[in-house]
Design a protein around this ligand. Sequence first.
Ligand code: G6P
Length: 613
Amino acid sequence: MCGIVGAITRSGAVLEGLVEGLRVLEYRGYDSCGVAVVDGGAIAIRRKVGRLSELEKLLSDGALNGARAGVGHTRWATHGKPSDENAHPHSDGSGRLALVHNGIIENYLELRRELQAEGRVFTSETDTEVLSHLVGRELARGRSLADAVRAALARVSGYYAIAVLSGGDTPHLVCARQGPPLVVGATADGAYLGSDVLALLPYTRDVVYLEDGEVAELAPGSLRLTNLAGAPIARAARRIDWDAEQASKGGFAHHMLKEIHEQPDVLARTAFDRILSTRGDVAFEHGDWSDARLRSLERVQVVACGTALHAGYVARYLIESIARLPVDLDFASEFRYRDPQLARGTMALAISQSGETADTLAALRLARQLGAWPASICNVIGSTVVRESEATILTHAGPEIGVASTKAFSAQVVASFLLAVRLGRARGVLDERAGTALLDELRRLRPRMEALLASETIEQVGAIARAHQNATGFFFLGRGLNFPIALEGALKLKEISYVHAEGYAAGEMKHGPIALISPGMPIVVVNSPGRVDEKVRSNIEQVKARGGHVICVGADQPSLALADERIATPATIEALSPVLNVIPLQLFAYHHALARGCDIDKPRNLAKSVTVE
Ligand code: G6P
């Protein structure tokens, strides 16, 4: 996740505005940043690892203060460590262009080889640099900047928002979107672009949101929208009337809702550039994830708290079934005080959004002392858990502000799936074909997640949640991979709606909790096709026989038919069903809390990061 900005004016200076734009976009990443401006016809680039203040020091000589066109970038590293060289903007060495990018170019390695064979020299480890060379090659062939951008984008597969600036007597500024957000707006004197409308609000409240596959040409006082083939697109500007607080939520009523909606993008960021399609395998950065290292493992011990622990349950099912490696799991707060005995060859796997949770950290340290190999799945680069792990899978979910975790959870589940595949391949229990099939299905998940976030589904979930807003207790039931999803659905409801909700393994109900069911009690059952789908259907029958009101979530059609109310999720393989099934449960909790007038982003008694015991 990165933030990009751009500006071009007839008479006004742009540098200060670009830096201010980066300041409001720092929430999208802040490991390095940079700007490029057209200075007397030539492109000048300044970029720096670290926070914006470091860049400001570089700019304090005032040399670029008069520039009237520029782009800027604040980075959340994916390809290549945070460094001056990997910071954006990137160029092609010609001094004619500068480019900033948010997203992932999936075929960058093959493009890089092709461009290097033509003698082009690369100076960073980023995927972005291939884009600047592709655009530069087209400019050298005499194309306009917009045509060069279109021709370059025709060669790439992936996921991007880019802005490209070219120098010369008349500077040009072009941006394009395929995936990450991009907003543009024009005033009488200028035209502006940004990853978030927040960056445009100092200039204009009339903005145009780019759709996927669109290119915008910005000039002082004008915008021209086309598709990737160059055909013009007409779209009226939208008037933004939010205040600053609303704007930081991207127009959503709450951070939690915004973060729920970000999940398809998070899937792409967590997974897509790590997939090695031709090998049915996965590549991780940050530590030794080699075959030799992973083959030396005999067990995995997951330690985590809260929502991250629920992701750990999913990890257990995935690693045991895909990689055939035994997995133990414990609340970090229990593990650290129960005198744990770890087998030789244990990977201690800490799962944490923040990387600063006191119990998780203590459990990881204890496991390390006991001889385990410390590894983690974490969202925050540079956090203590990451620093104290020998290997980490960064989830790249971006900053999560809502206290109730949503996108961090699905990213942790996706990272666990990738880990299971890597372990299975390394240990020789998953062949290339089976690995490819699993990873292909993961790629297909993104449009299915998007479908679940379509307004009809949201309205349907909202209506069901409102219908049960006065219920005093809920059960959430599931089995297998969807047992942790039931736990997570119940936790979300407890956290933000303050209603008693019990997550339970559906098969355990008959051993006691079924006594709690009274006529009309809402029972949310999560069931998708898989090895336990029939068992869960029987559990639904048992609950119905006692008068429970069953709300079924999932893709198991017979269960949906049996239920009193239903939220169908798209079909996928059993191993990935948790990623889809959790979305309606997050939305259910959200709408339930909304109907009850609760403070959704700041629920009572909770904290986002619990750094005390
Ligand atoms: C707190 C948060 C939860 C989170 C848990 C673990 O309780 O409210 O949402 O799941 O901590 O946090 P971590 O940052 O380690 O994932």
